[in-house]
Design a protein around this ligand. Structure first.
Ligand SMILES: C[S@@+](CC[C@H](N)C(=O)[O-])C[C@H]1O[C@@H](n2cnc3c(N)ncnc32)[C@H](O)[C@@H]1O
Length: 272
């Protein structure tokens, strides 16, 4: 898929997720977000950039940690995600956090401005992850940190068939490199290729919980990487892909719902 098209698919697909993103994904992604926060070792008064920040789940936690004399900038490619995060900041009267729409591969930020760059579960959606990692390195100061979480290996993520199911109906690859970064030490190698040093990596096994077929399908199709393609399907095709997806996850059935394995890979590297 052309990089510009991939960005478009992500931008508008995640716009569609913005309204229900936190209820569908907050708990499911929390183990990876916790690990990013922990590995980034954010300190008081630091400046943090959160790339692919979504509704700001990790940005607001970072802001709590840096305290009133620190600063957080959250960036995301989806206008709606940025709008929701900005609205939350206004409602909570937090003044040292800002959100701006930016492509992770082209941060409109000066060199070395931040102490820490974090990116929780956004890098797999970018057409050129190494370029995005180079941008993260560029915007942190010398000895600053870059902490990143991605989904793990395909074989360890129960919902993985979703991409092929959608790809068969649109004859293209919705997210061609999605599981690439989760393979063996690929994230570490990409961070090193971007010039980051002393990279440390950990894998986290998790279980995604869905209470019903509807809940599992909503999380998978209604917003996110495959949503733009899915929303263009006729009702018949929508039903077919939902059936195919449910049969691909049937082995994880637990009562009326699903307990589906997932894996995260989380790493930190330093601008040496
Ligand atoms: C799974 S959400 C993660 C959001 C947040 N980091 C969290 O942990 O809750 C993935 C986010 O990546 C963003 N994204 C996808 N491609 C992007 C790109 N090229 N540049 C910036 N953000 C991107 C999406 O808009 C979406 O908000």
């Amino acid at each position: 898929m052309e990089p510009a098209l991939q960005r478009r698919v992500q931008r508008y697909g995640w716009d569609k997720a913005s309204g229900f993103y936190e209820s569908a994904w907050h708990l499911q992604l929390k183990p990876a977000q916790d690990a990013v926060i922990e590995m980034a070792a954010i300190g008081k008064r630091e400046k943090v950039i959160d790339i692919a920040c979504g509704t700001g789940l990790v940005s607001f936690r970072a802001c709590d940690t840096v305290g009133p004399n620190g600063y957080v900038l959250g960036t995301d490619i989806s206008d709606k995600m940025v709008e929701i995060a900005s609205q939350t900041a206004r409602e909570m009267h937090i003044e040292n956090i800002q959100f701006e729409r930016m492509d992770g591969e082209e941060l409109i930020v000066e060199d070395g401005f931040f102490d820490v760059a974090i990116c929780a579960l956004g890098l797999m959606y970018m057409p050129d992850p190494i370029k995005a990692l180079k941008e993260m390195k560029r915007v942190v100061r010398q000895r600053g940190r870059v902490a990143v979480a991605v989904w793990g290996q395909r074989a360890n993520c129960g919902w993985a068939d979703i991409f092929e199911i959608i790809d068969r109906k649109v004859s293209s690859e919705v997210c061609p490199l999605f599981f690439n970064l989760g393979n063996s030490n690929m994230l570490q190698r990409s961070m090193e290729a971007a010039g980051l040093g002393k990279v440390q990596l950990k894998r986290i096994n998790t279980i995604l919980q869905y209470n019903s077929d509807e809940e599992a399908c909503k999380a998978a199709f209604e917003g996110g990487p495959v949503a733009l393609a899915y929303h263009k399907f006729s009702d018949d095709i929508k039903n077919i892909v939902k059936e195919e997806y449910l049969s691909s996850i049937r082995i994880f059935k637990n009562g009326n719902g699903y307990s589906m394995p997932g894996e995260f890979v989380v790493a930190v590297g330093f601008h040496e």
